[in-house]
Design a protein around this ligand. Structure first.
Ligand code: UDP
Ligand code: MG
Length: 316
């Protein structure tokens, strides 16, 4: 059965056995009021519960719906699941949405309507209006985005989520980024295009629990920084300058004291020498970092630019 699809929902699922059926019902109810030409792409990210059996059951029970079910061989993470879903999605619009009903399918419809109304917008991002997280996690996330925005070329709104709707050209642009270590929030910003943000109220998780513990979040944050900047690789250069200045100051002060006839302890000379050597080593490391930074950028094989529109006297 081939059909033209207007709107695809991409749903990463990891141990969501108690949510997928409710999600499908809610998505169906919301999307039916919008378009008949929609599809839902479930990506089972190596669930160890009965998520796959549930998805298989839903697939059998709803032959009238355009459903795709992709099953990973193990848990590869939400980033991988989103990528697989985006690759499989056929819609003119594609929404990435969680399976746990924290993000309501009605908002996906709202985003679709917004794209219908405003042709100048390429992507609609939903941001969380009032987080349902602890103050501590909230603070960690805010600090992380502040640091990330400062040291990278991408600009990410702290409350942004992966919950968003992309027009087809944006999907293609995101898919043209073939880097292994993916950090979608950065990618969505990096590809450019015109994005409109709308707020949404995060709901309580319908069933099950979040998969993001402290360490997983920390790993995600580190990955985000490493994927988007090579600035830390250059830090040793700055450190070497600081140490060089410290070495020079120690040596100068010692020399002045000596010239004034004061006794200078041997440890002062040793300290100056150690600082000097450390500075040289650190500088060397920084130079390696500069080259490694170039390699880091190159191996990602990102497109060098993304064309949004082209006009020419020639017809294609
Ligand atoms: N998810 C996934 N793979 C993972 C972790 C999570 O596909 O390794 C899915 C999960 O099933 C859910 C979405 O990503 O649909 C968001 O995960 P979760 O609800 O645990 O995150 P939170 O909403 O707490 O940030
Ligand atoms: Mg959730």
């Amino acid at each position: 059965m081939s059909a033209t699809i207007k709107h695809s929902l991409v749903v990463p699922c990891y141990n969501e056995e108690d949510n997928v059926a409710a999600f499908l019902a809610a998505a169906e109810a919301a999307m039916d009021g919008y378009t008949a030409d929609y599809e839902i792409v479930f990506v089972n990210d190596g669930s160890t519960d009965r998520t796959q059996q549930e998805l298989d059951r839903l697939f059998e029970a709803h032959p009238q719906l355009h459903l795709q079910i992709i099953r990973f061989s193990r848990n590869f993470g939400k980033e991988a699941a989103m990528l697989a879903g985006l690759r499989a999605a056929k819609g003119e619009y594609v929404t990435i949405i969680d399976a746990d009903l924290q993000q309501q399918p009605e908002i996906a419809v709202k985003m679709g309507r917004l794209l219908d109304e405003k042709p100048e917008i390429d992507m609609v991002a939903a941001y969380q209006n009032g987080r349902k997280e602890s103050k501590y996690i909230e603070w960690c996330k805010e600090t992380f985005y502040k640091v990330l925005n400062r040291i990278t070329e991408v600009e990410i709104i702290p409350d942004a989520s992966d919950f968003r709707t992309l027009r087809r050209p944006v999907v293609e642009a995101v898919l043209s980024m073939t880097e292994y270590h993916r950090f979608s929030k950065g990618i969505f910003s990096w590809v450019g295009y015109t994005t409109e943000s709308i707020p949404y109220e995060v709901q309580e998780r319908k069933a099950g629990q979040t998969k993001w513990g402290f360490w997983k979040l920390l790993r995600y944050a580190a990955n985000g920084i490493v994927a988007y900047t090579d600035v830390p690789l250059k830090w040793p250069v700055f450190m070497s300058i600081v140490m060089l200045i410290a070495a020079a100051l120690t040596a100068i002060v010692s020399l002045i004291l000596l010239l004034c006839g004061q006794a200078v302890p041997a440890s002062a000379w040793v300290a100056a020498l150690v600082l000097l050597l450390s500075s040289a080593l650190s500088f060397n490391q920084g130079v390696l970092g500069l080259y490694l930074g170039k390699v880091h950028t190159q191996v990602k094989e990102r497109p060098i630019y993304i064309v949004k529109e082209k006009r020419s006297y020639e017809q294609d």
